[in-house]
Design a binder for this molecule. Structure first.
Ligand code: PBG
Length: 325
């Protein structure tokens, strides 16, 4: 054969392969989601997410030590409140569980970058992400509560807020409130392309946030739609989002690719709870090589265009990356 082009030449050994490697996962890209709850000396494993825990605040601080020591730069905080009500007041209370956790985290680890999830569903007794009237999820009246939630997180010391509710106009409402109250320097990472996904199942167990009636399809996006994700992203950028999230990640590589190509804005892929659970379950059975699969999946998100990776595997990934050095 007179083949001029032989791509295999650059695959001959690990040295040349690593020299021409196009994408990398770095510890700096990782954001680790964590769940905090009231109580003391509690570290409860989420049954559908082995290795993921609900932490009381004292245990949370202990766990943070490892996060920091491994060099994972950022956490994404979720709260499980003492009690829930119809207006989700635990979400925006000055001494709510997330607000307490943020204060503590920044006190112990000022350089750890603390991102907070801004939503009502963990705090409402009906489990929806907004206020309810006659069985309808109200959009505009919810915005004020979301803005207050983001503000209370910023006041507690959060470095960045991440609205995940999917109400229309929430980025604008949050931006306006933060700016008015002296937090114009706090960035917003918007869950812009968030789909109504079956992959959130294990999270809802972790956060106790399953809707008590209906589903989230009137606010989260239809998994069949790609163009709509462009619209949501465009609106969030116009309203002031500094970064966007695509969620879930694994089945949404096209959305990561399209949003990154079109808007060129910093983008985080959220490797969600169900994606984590699938890998853990198969690995437990010995059916897959966990490390290999996790790294390959995360790499696919980077290849599609993600800058940051929000993943429950973050600590493992940090360990694996360190082993390689
Ligand atoms: C809150 C929220 C959810 C997730 C992140 N923020 C749940 C949902 O929308 O139902 C899911 C995260 C995951 O599955 O890992 N709205």
């Amino acid at each position: 054969m007179e083949l001029k082009r032989r791509p295999r030449r650059l695959r001959a050994n690990e040295t040349i392969r690593s020299m021409v490697r196009e994408n990398h996962i770095r510890i700096e890209n990782l954001i680790y989601p964590m769940f905090v709850m009231p109580g003391e000396k509690q570290k409860v494993e989420v049954s559908s997410m082995p290795g993921v825990y609900n932490f009381s605040l004292d245990e949370f601080i202990i766990a943070l030590k490892e996060v920091v020591e491994l060099g994972v730069p950022a956490i994404l905080l979720f709260g499980i409140p003492e009690s829930k009500d119809s207006v989700g007041s635990g979400a925006y209370h000055e001494h709510g569980i997330v607000q307490q956790a943020v204060r503590l985290a920044k006190q112990h680890y000022p350089d750890l970058y603390v991102v907070t999830d801004v939503c009502l569903c963990e705090y409402t007794d009906h489990g929806h992400c907004g206020l309810i009237e006659n069985g309808q999820i109200l959009n505009d009246p919810t915005l004020k509560l979301l803005a207050n939630t983001a503000l209370s997180h910023a006041q507690a010391g959060a470095d960045m807020v991440a609205p995940s509710d999917m109400m229309d106009g929430r980025v604008a409402a949050i931006r306006e409130t933060l700016d008015k109250e002296g937090f114009s320097h706090i960035p917003i990472m918007a869950y812009s392309a968030k789909f109504a996904s079956g992959f959130y199942g294990p999270f809802r167990e972790a956060a106790g946030s399953t809707p008590q009636f209906g589903d989230r399809k009137t606010y989260q996006m239809d998994p069949a739609n790609g163009d709509e994700a462009m619209l949501e992203t465009e609106l969030d950028i116009e309203e002031g989002a500094d970064m966007i999230i695509v969620k879930p990640a694994l089945s949404y590589g096209d959305i990561i690719y399209r949003t990154k190509q079109k808007y060129g804005i910093p983008l985080a892929a959220y490797n969600v709870s169900g994606e984590y659970a699938m890998v853990k379950a198969a690995a437990e059975k010995g059916w897959i090589d966990e490390k290999r699969i996790v790294m390959e999946a995360l790499l696919s998100m980077k290849r599609a265009g993600a800058d940051l990776l929000i993943t429950y595997h973050a600590l493992d990934v940090a360990r694996w990356l360190r082993e390689e050095i």
